[in-house]
Design a protein around this ligand. Structure first.
Ligand SMILES: Nc1ncnc2c1ncn2[C@@H]1O[C@H](COP(=O)(O)OP(=O)(O)OP(=O)(O)O)[C@@H](O)[C@H]1O
Length: 740
């Protein structure tokens, strides 16, 4: 609280000004009188002598000097004080012709009043006189009091009090800065030193702008208005600090003569208040979470006294929160429902504890979790209640439907197996079962499928299965062996041609395989052998779902599903630039990799049985196979895969002499090997070289055909032209038929 002290100017005051002055003085006296009113008797200069008004000045002077007082009361004959004799009186006497003879009354000072010794200085201070004669309660003269003495007395007291005030303000926790009307700092307490990191001596006498950053106090000088609870932030290099300030103008005679700012660093309070806000928000969130929880939640203190329950808890248990809050779980445990023992168990173990309770035909699971303080002591126990009745019945339902699904699954598998058996397809190994399942699944959608695997593994078989199980099964399934058709013909085969498209073309033109396969499936076998120029045309046909016949211009819409297959490593071919990457990605939407027969040996015996049955029936022969042969089959690597196996069985059924096929009936390469180091061609005796060459050719061609199934593939394996294989095969057959 600022103190505005205004000295008495002695000037006559009027109206409101007088009131204000009096108010100020009252404050002053209360404050500096040390809580007690200062009375005339406290300040009086005692004087127990008086002189009569008719006394001569000479006599009076001697008396004045003798008593060494500042003033002597002068009384009349009735002993009433009528004036004062003081130094001014003697100064006045000097102007008289014979001052020694003059009477005291001629120079006495009448500018005084008499006051009671109980009069308050506060009251008498304002009388426009320079002297007071102080009377006792019995109206005897106690002494005199000069206003001047009063002033110096007061000045001393004021000094004292100002020091005290400064001490008080210095011990204040708030920073206090006062400025005069020019903005010069006139007061700066200790707390201000600490808050703004500046010494008092460096602040006093400086302009405010040189002392602190916020200049709001200067505004107060301009507006003359108080500013309370103003919050502001100051950026320091060490961080931002937040302050709260009250700014008050200082008035003197109705004019602003300065301003005082009381401020406080509330950064910590602000941080705590922010933290409090966050905590409140979190608390609200927590309330919402607990309230919204489908599980019942109950919180107890460390002794198991319930402090809170949520709505779900009330719903599940039937307890109202008002009934249960404040009670211990142990008490309610008597009602055989809430497991009071959970609290004791948690307290003993300091671990989560779960207890299942059956009540009213429902099953509840109570799970209690201890909440510990920093010392690890339990402060709360949070108990979650879950109604397991529904969950248990769902679990039961799930178990039943799983069982049902398992049954359907095995029935489906059985049906599929029978269907495949009917089709003559053997699927035994887990790898092939997975492939089959995937093939069946992709069959139902129209996506492009790429079947990968060595020659003879059954790629076409799977392609057909996909077609048969698709919604196109009523449509055509057309196979194109991209490697078997000469490059020059392949384009017209695939896309057809218009009449007269090229020399030798039929007049009517020709439908391409794409058009033939409309509404069905086009199986592009050996897609890896598709010539590079045709790859782009195929890509366009697949993407645009339309083709243009050779020699034509008109695009024709085709609705064809593409299933492609290859035994080549397409990825590698893409890397080597032999196969277009875009076509590869277009085809490789769903890849199906069929493992070679040597990796699914469990299928060999079922396949042997299947083929034996087939060919015995075809040739109307009854044959069995010895276990040694089967053993040999199991050990063999089957480079030609299922096709090779099928061909061998057909051949054995036809060529074996006995009813049981024995190892002796096996072709050479399948007979038990003597040693791995034996040469690829074994010469048993001397025979004409030409005959030997022809024999080797015969064996090689037959074996290649057996293994690869077509003259084209056999030629490829033997690294000769297809025409060479066909020519030599014709010759071999002629010779076999006894021809020349
Ligand atoms: N799982 C199977 N069950 C019975 N026979 C099968 C099975 N898989 C393939 N085959 C038979 O094996 C022979 C070769 O099958 P397929 O032509 O499908 O092989 P591929 O992988 O397409 O051969 P290529 O790469 O040489 O075209 C066919 O006679 C086919 O009937």
């Amino acid at each position: 609280m600022p103190i505005i002290f205004c000295a008495n100017t002695g000037r006559t005051l009027e109206g409101k000004e007088v009131e204000r002055k009096e108010e100020i003085n009252r404050e002053f006296w209360q404050m500096y009188g040390g809580g007690r009113k200062v009375l005339a008797r406290d300040a009086v200069t005692p004087c127990d002598v008086v002189i009569g008004s008719e006394t001569s000045l000479e006599e009076a002077h001697a008396f004045y000097v003798k008593h060494d007082v500042s003033a002597l009361p002068i009384v009349d004959q009735e002993h009433k004080v009528i004036g004062l004799l003081n130094s001014e009186s003697f100064a006045q006497a000097l102007s008289l012709p014979d001052w020694k003879k003059a009477k005291v009354r001629e120079v006495m000072q009448e500018n005084f009043i008499t006051v009671a010794e109980e009069a308050e200085l506060e009251e008498i201070w304002n009388w426009p006189v320079e002297w007071f004669v102080v009377l006792s309660s019995s109206s005897s003269i106690k002494g005199v009091l000069a206003k001047q003495d009063l002033a110096s007395l007061l000045y001393k007291k004021v000094q004292q009090r100002l020091q005290q005030l400064e001490g008080v303000l210095d011990s204040a926790h708030n920073g206090i800065i006062a400025i005069d009307k020019n903005g010069i700092v006139t007061f700066f307490n200790k707390a201000a030193e600490e808050i703004v990191w500046r010494k008092k001596k460096d602040a006093i006498g400086k302009h405010l702008s040189q002392v602190i950053i916020p200049q709001g106090l200067l505004e107060i000088l301009k507006t003359g208005k108080r500013q309370l609870c103003h919050k502001f932030a100051v950026e320091y290099s060490a961080g931002t600090r937040i302050y709260m300030t009250h700014r008050t103008p200082i008035f003197e005679d109705g004019k602003v003569v300065g301003a005082v700012g009381v401020f406080q660093d509330i950064s910590e309070i602000e941080a705590i208040s922010n933290e409090l806000d966050t905590v409140k928000r979190l608390n609200r969130e927590l309330e919402a979470v607990i309230g919204a929880s489908y599980d019942g939640i109950m919180v107890t203190d460390r002794n198991g006294v319930v402090v809170r329950v949520n709505e779900a808890f009330e719903r599940m248990t039937g307890y109202k929160s008002t009934e249960i809050i404040g009670r211990t779980l142990m008490e309610t445990g008597e009602e055989q429902f809430l497991p009071g023992s959970i609290v004791e168990k948690i307290k003993a173990s300091k671990q989560p504890v779960s207890i299942a309770v059956d009540h009213g035909g429902r099953q509840f699971l109570f799970t209690g979790n201890p909440v510990t303080d920093q010392e690890g002591e339990i402060v709360r126990i949070v108990i979650n209640v879950r109604d397991l009745t529904e969950l248990n019945s769902l679990r039961k339902e799930l178990k039943e439907s799983k069982e049902l699904s398992r049954r359907y699954h095995s029935e489906l598998y059985e049906l599929r197996r029978k269907l495949l058996q009917h089709e003559g397809i053997v699927v035994q190994s887990p790898q092939m079962q997975k492939i089959l399942e995937l093939a069946m699944r992709v069959a139902t959608v129209d996506s492009t499928v790429l079947i990968l695997g060595e020659s003879g593994v059954g790629k076409e078989v799977i392609a057909k299965l996909i077609h048969q199980n698709s919604k196109r099964s009523e449509g055509p399934f057309i196979t194109v062996n991209c490697g078997a058709i000469p490059e020059t013909l392949l384009e017209s085969e695939l896309f057809g041609y218009e009449p007269g498209a090229f020399t030798g073309a039929s007049r009517e033109g020709k439908l391409g395989l794409f058009e033939l396969a409309d509404n069905g499936t086009l199986f592009l076998d050996e897609i890896g052998d598709l010539p590079f120029p045709l790859q782009v045309k195929l890509l366009r046909a697949i993407q645009d779902r339309e083709i243009i016949r050779l020699g034509g211009r008109r695009p024709r819409k085709v609705n064809v599903r593409i299933v492609a297959a290859t035994n080549r490593d397409l990825e590698e071919m893409v890397k080597n630039g032999q196969f277009r990457e875009d076509l590869y990605f277009r085809l490789n939407v769903v890849p199906l990799k069929i493992p070679p027969l040597r990796e699914r040996k469990e299928e060999i015996i079922p396949l042997v049985n299947r083929f034996l049955e087939k060919y015995c029936k075809n040739y109307n022969i009854k044959k069995t196979i010895s276990s040694e042969v089967l053993d040999r089959f199991l050990k063999y690597d089957w480079p030609g895969n299922i096709r090779e196996l099928e061909n061998i069985i057909e051949r054995l059924v036809v060529t074996a002499s006995g009813t049981t096929i024995t190892p002796a009936d096996l072709p050479e390469h399948l007979k038990p090997q003597c040693s791995d180091t034996s040469p690829a061609v074994l010469v048993k005796g001397i025979l004409p070289l030409k005959n030997a060459v022809m024999e080797v050719e015969r064996q090689l061609i037959e074996k290649a055909l057996e293994q690869y199934g077509s003259t084209y593939k056999a030629a490829k394996a033997l690294r000769v032209n297809q025409s060479t294989v066909v020519r030599k095969l014709n010759r071999i057959r002629r010779e076999a038929n006894g021809g020349g």
